[in-house]
Design a protein around this ligand. Structure first.
Ligand code: CO8
Length: 257
């Protein structure tokens, strides 16, 4: 898959997307959006792919939405284009996506990472929502998703002061799932994605859907949803295989059926 602003490649059962605008610290412009959506769509449609990883460079996962692209926009243009709405499409991906973050994940970069299913951070990672320093506020989900990840007090602190948070603080407050040495970041993220991709794809997709549901509904509704989905899993060959493999003390051979 050839793209202008990303490199999309497969590593076994994993689709790897590397942001590739080094001169702009991977700032997210409309071409990056189009390229990422195109690659994700292709990986979603590829039955050999079970999970994806989105990463950037050692210096920057992404330093935000492209300030130079938005600088001269008028209100009417932003409104009519429903500026940034396209990124929501990424959250509709049904296969898991891991964000592997080294260096700066600022503004839209932090928001892109939060749109993924979980974040693995290099010890060099720095997260922030510095939009306030530009005279605006987060526009790709930061005011909502960051608050759900880290709670109101820390989200207010980040959004209102524009300060950055290092990897240790991000792990402490639940923004990232784990920290790894910067040199191992992509390998560790690929390892995690490969592990997911070896499980039953329908079970993985249902589990992702159920966890995401917890963001959108009450506990009682979420629990009902979980139970229904759990019951439906007994229709999967992979449930029979997974439990038989446990009983027979052997490795399961999932067939995604
Ligand atoms: N957009 C465009 N270009 C960028 C961006 C960006 N977000 N970030 C960095 N660049 C460019 C720089 O302009 C520079 O280009 P050039 O060499 O042509 O001048 C190049 O990348 C390298 O950057 P620096 O020289 O600044 O590198 P440093 O190592 O000195 O600094 C920083 C790194 C601290 C990351 C610094 O680049 C920085 O502060 N970047 C901006 C961070 C930021 O403010 N991000 C938030 C952007 S706004 C956003 O994401 C959502 C906005 C929501 C608005 C809603 C409207 C509807």
């Amino acid at each position: 898959m050839a793209h202008e602003t990303i490199i999309a490649e497969t590593r076994g059962k994993v689709g790897l997307i590397t942001l590739n605008r080094p001169k702009a610290l991977n700032a997210l412009n409309s071409q990056v959006l189009a390229d990422i959506l195109d690659a994700v769509k292709a990986f979603e449609a590829d039955p050999k792919i079970g999970a994806m990883v989105i990463t950037g460079s050692e210096k920057a996962f992404a330093a935000g939405a492209d300030i130079k692209e938005m600088q001269t926009k008028t209100y009417v243009e932003a409104f009519l284009q429903d500026f940034f709405v396209g990124w929501e499409e990424l959250t509709r991906a049904r296969k898991p996506i891991i964000a592997a973050v080294a260096g700066y994940a600022l503004g839209g970069g932090c928001e892109l990472a939060m749109m993924c299913d979980f974040i693995i951070a290099a010890d060099s990672a720095k997260f922030g929502q510095p939009e306030i320093t530009l005279g605006v506020m987060p526009g790709m989900g930061g005011s909502q998703r960051l608050t759900r990840f880290v709670g109101k007090s820390k989200a207010m602190d980040m959004v209102l002061t524009g300060r950055m948070m290092d990897a240790a603080e991000a792990e402490r407050c639940g923004l990232v799932s784990r920290i790894v040495p910067a040199a191992d970041l992509v390998d560790e993220a690929l390892k995690a994605a490969a592990k997911i991709a070896d499980f039953s794809l329908p079970a993985v997709m249902m589990a992702k859907e159920a966890v995401n549901r917890s963001y959108e509904t009450t506990l009682a509704e979420g629990l009902r949803f979980e139970r229904r989905v759990f019951h439906s899993m007994f229709a999967l060959d992979d449930q029979k295989e997974g439990m038989a493999a446990f009983a027979e003390k052997r490795k399961a051979n999932f067939t995604n059926s």
